[in-house]
Design a protein around this ligand. Structure first.
Ligand SMILES: Nc1ncnc2c1ncn2[C@@H]1O[C@H](COP(=O)(O)OP(=O)(O)OP(=O)(O)O)[C@@H](O)[C@H]1O
Ligand SMILES: [Mg+2]
Length: 253
């Protein structure tokens, strides 16, 4: 790894310290009213949201470090169910844009209720009940980052709808995120995976974000020895399909 890269990694790493202090402080205010004084319902709500987002920031820092580990080819398999993975992703995603939906997802009882909550936000989740509960050996951090980035893009670029579809066969996870936005002209299908490339800057449209998400997604998918297919035409939405090898809990891993 070159010297500049190590400096950036160290910087990301060092963000962990101050973040931990903020997280602990807010947690103490919430959990120990006997020591720090009682909170009104409104104060409690604000602090709970602060805590969730501090945790989300800490996870992003962990993810940034994970991306670097990934670049070094390190894969870390653990047992995980799609129910936990997707619930966490949706709680985090909506916490930033619509905290009431985030709260609903957090309290939802199961897949059927989650699907209903998401439908209200024009997001369709297509996954079988049996798949929902089963545990697989996956690199949780990497898979979450992949889904989170594709979902963030779909939320950003959709006109109305998003569909998230998850399926498996014996040893492959199929995941797709589809939106009904402006789509991506064919000549840019490769380019959008390069760092800092954004369509708006080419076409004079609005540029939101920094053009890093998909480049990161590609690195992660390559490390998982998977592949990504893009189906999109200008004006007809976009569908990002991911395939990665999957191991049953008792199996390899
Ligand atoms: N679902 C989509 N629909 C239309 N265009 C997309 C979609 N996803 C990505 N793009 C195009 O690809 C570009 C690169 O995407 P990428 O996720 O790498 O960056 P970003 O979303 O602009 O910023 P960042 O993810 O770093 O916050 C985007 O700027 C956008 O032009
Ligand atoms: Mg993005």
């Amino acid at each position: 790894m070159d010297r500049k890269k190590i400096k950036i990694d160290l910087f990301i790493h060092d963000l962990k310290g101050p973040l931990a202090v903020v997280e602990t402080g807010v947690r103490l205010l919430l959990e120990k009213p006997e020591s720090y004084g009682p909170l009104t319902a409104k104060q409690k709500k604000v602090l709970e949201r602060t805590l969730r987002n501090t945790r989300a920031t800490r996870m992003l820092v962990d993810d940034a470090l994970e991306l670097e580990r990934s670049r070094e080819g390190i894969v870390n398999l653990t047992a995980v169910s799609f129910s936990r993975l997707l619930e966490e992703i949706f709680i985090e995603l909506f916490d930033l844009i619509d905290s009431r939906t985030s709260e609903k997802v957090k309290n939802c009882a199961g897949l059927a209720e989650l699907k209903e909550i998401l439908t209200e936000r024009s997001v369709t989740l297509d996954i079988d009940e049996s798949l929902w509960r089963r545990e697989f050996c996956l690199d949780e951090t990497k898979i979450k980052q992949i889904i989170r980035n594709l979902l963030n893009n779909a939320m950003k670029y959709r006109k109305h709808f998003i569909e998230v579809k998850i399926d498996t066969n014996d040893n492959v996870l199929f995941l797709s995120v589809t939106d009904d936005g402006e789509g991506i002209p064919r000549q840019f299908h490769k380019k959008i995976f390069e760092t800092y490339f954004q369509l708006g800057s080419e076409t004079g449209g609005i540029v939101r974000g920094s053009g890093l998400g998909l480049a990161g997604v590609m690195v992660l998918i390559e490390d998982l020895e998977g592949r990504l297919l893009l189906e999109s035409d200008e004006g007809h939405g976009a569908k990002f399909c991911v395939e990665v090898p999957l191991y049953e809990k008792q199996g390899k891993g």
